[in-house]
Design a protein around this ligand. Sequence first.
Ligand code: TYM
Length: 337
Amino acid sequence: MEEVQAKKKLFSAVQPSGAVTIGNYIGAIRNFVALQDEYDCLYAVADLHAITVRQEPAALRRNTLSLMALFIACGVDPEKCVLFVQSHVPAHCELTWVLNTITYPGELSRMTQFKDKSAKHADNVNMGLMDYPVLMVSDILLYQAALVPIGADQKQHLELTRDLAIRFNNRYGATFTVPEGYFPKGSSARIMSLADPARKMSKSDENPNGFVTMDDDKDTVLRKFKRAVTDSEAEVRYDPVNKPGVSNLLTIYTAFTGKSTEEAEREFAGKGYGDFKLAVGETVADALAPVREEKARLLADKGYLNAVMKRGEEAAARIARRTLSKVYRKVGFYTGD
Ligand code: TYM
């Protein structure tokens, strides 16, 4: 009899901490869809992570449902993947506690994201903000994920995941799969702000012209691209060092069209930045319109979304419980047998 080979596991998550940007889409969500046939995928709405910075409770609830709808509207298939809300599966917090005991404060205090967020939220530098990466490590290790599709900004956290998995395995015996990161090619792993191409596009940017959200309508998208910072030349050429603004727009354009950079450069040869920005804006707006419509349709059917989440929670909890029991046995917790 032929043995059926189980697919490898894949895990990723997005925080419901505001609007989702095209950076999140290009850097991560697009790959959630691309990899869903090849792997056993679990995707979470990371609400436990979100509260490390202050959230308005009603908005957090709304954003959680909205992100679940967005995953599906982008093409993540709830029949193929496990879609769930992180706080619905208590094992995430339980494993975090155990892993905290093999993590050193220095490993967390030197994390770039911790330093950035501490500077940005100086009035709320809380323990959760510092421990955030260990929670993320737990998310990944609980599901024995072999692959983690993420953008470049999460690379350090993935490295910590590998370090802690290896450390635990060395101390207690083989327990965790050591995961690999899966990053989009080239500069798609780090989409930059339209207003300041030296900075990452971020949903928490105080300048809304810096980012395009998955909810922006056509006029808004066109306006934001029209205002995008470029340079004083008038040549559409990919050169991230000397022409970071134009290069970022080319990256966005190629991500949404599937064209190569060379093809795109040829297409805009001899054209001015006005035409180029309009073309990029129209491409993005046209790609977002059906996603926005589908998301609205899903949000009108809360019963369906709740059912997807419930099913996801049960499936995720089953896998997570298995790993957590193994961890509890390994560290020596008395289990009665
Ligand atoms: P979050 O919610 O900030 O971002 C979600 C995903 O989008 C990617 N991303 C980008 N990619 C390219 N260009 C950008 N400008 C850009 N901005 C964001 C992020 O790299 C991420 O993949 N800690 C995570 C959420 C998380 C997680 C996990 C991810 C919690 N647990 C376990 C993977 C595995 C975060 O804050 O992502």
